[in-house]
Design a protein around this ligand. Structure first.
Ligand SMILES: [Zn+2]
Length: 312
């Protein structure tokens, strides 16, 4: 009996697709790899869907606690009591009453734990966040997975604010660096409010300028100043934001933020501890002598404070 060659060829096609697609470095949405500019074939789509199912079954989408993907903010927002007030956020507090009322009915309060990733580069913001307390870091992410902080956002700011102008895509990784409480609004509601309100639209533009100015200073600082001085800058800004002399942060997050190895974090923290400025133990940093810390920090700390005051 003759072998149905066409049938054999059809059976082999999915394997060929898997092999071909896996050779190209451009990711097709969802985790499989696809050739740039080429539409996935029927077999390729089948292979992608099948692979996704297998990966999920094997737990590939579980979030490991290490350097790779962490849980998103949408995974586990924690409900708060009514004691949290949207006006604790300085941008919301700065809005004229009528403009604030465009947002107020659809704001919800939440808290997010340290280490939660709100967005990865390329993600679209479903929500816009107005922090009341704590701090978020915006990180530039390299292809090899290394990341470094380019700006931080606290109660003076907004995360995902450019959604008000229709720009929903994140260009950075957004990580909860110090636990936050925040008001949240859906990106679509925020866009509608910005369409109706000059004040809301200006808020988006102005804070984007604040982030840009921070990124300029941070880029120069990362390139020109020693890790020790940068560590002090970050610590002083964190203490300012939390109004506390104690900052809790894992060695891993500190290393990611400063763009250095974990061992470098230990060495730097030990030197600053030796100068009597801080104590550092099990991820808890206590500022013991603020003036000593200020003598070790680079000029960028004051520059950031000045810029923040000018642009506020
Ligand atoms: Zn600096």
């Amino acid at each position: 009996m003759a072998v149905p060659i066409a049938r054999v060829f059809r059976l082999l096609c999915p394997l060929a697709d898997i092999f071909t697609l896996a050779q190209h470095p451009f990711r097709w949405p969802g985790g499989f790899r696809a050739k740039r500019g080429s539409a996935p074939t029927r077999h390729g789509r089948f292979a992608y869907e099948f692979t996704s199912r297998v990966e999920r079954a094997l737990g590939a989408y579980a979030h490991p606690p290490a350097e790779s993907a962490r849980p998103t903010g949408q995974d586990n927002p924690l409900p708060l009591s009514n004691s949290v007030r949207p006006l604790d956020n300085k941008l919301l507090a700065s809005l004229p009453r009528d403009d604030f009322e465009l947002l107020a009915p659809v704001l919800t309060a939440l808290s997010l734990a340290q280490g939660i990733v709100l967005a990865e580069p390329g993600d679209e913001f479903d929500h816009v966040y107005f922090p009341h307390s704590g701090m978020l870091s915006l990180l530039a992410v390299m292809k090899d997975g290394k990341a470094i902080e380019t700006a931080t956002v606290g109660r003076e700011g907004i995360v995902g604010g450019m959604a008000g102008l229709g720009l929903y895509k994140s260009l950075v990784r957004v990580v909860v660096q110090l636990p936050i409480t925040a008001s949240r609004i859906s990106a679509s509601h925020f866009r509608k409010a910005a369409d109706k309100s000059d004040a809301v639209r200006n808020l988006c533009i102005n804070f984007n300028e604040v982030l840009l100015s921070q990124a300029r200073v941070t880029a120069a600082c990362n390139a020109m100043h020693l890790t020790e001085a940068r560590f002090c800058r970050w610590l002083l800004r964190s203490a300012d934001r939390t109004a506390s002399n104690t900052v809790t942060l894992t060695q891993e997050l500190l290393a990611e933020m400063l763009g250095v190895r974990r061992t470098s974090v230990t060495e730097v923290a030990s030197r600053i501890q030796g100068a009597g400025a801080i104590s550092y133990s099990r991820g808890v940093i206590k500022i013991l002598d603020r003036s000593a810390l200020e003598s070790l920090v680079c000029e960028c700390y004051q520059t950031l404070l000045n810029q923040q005051a000018e642009l506020a």
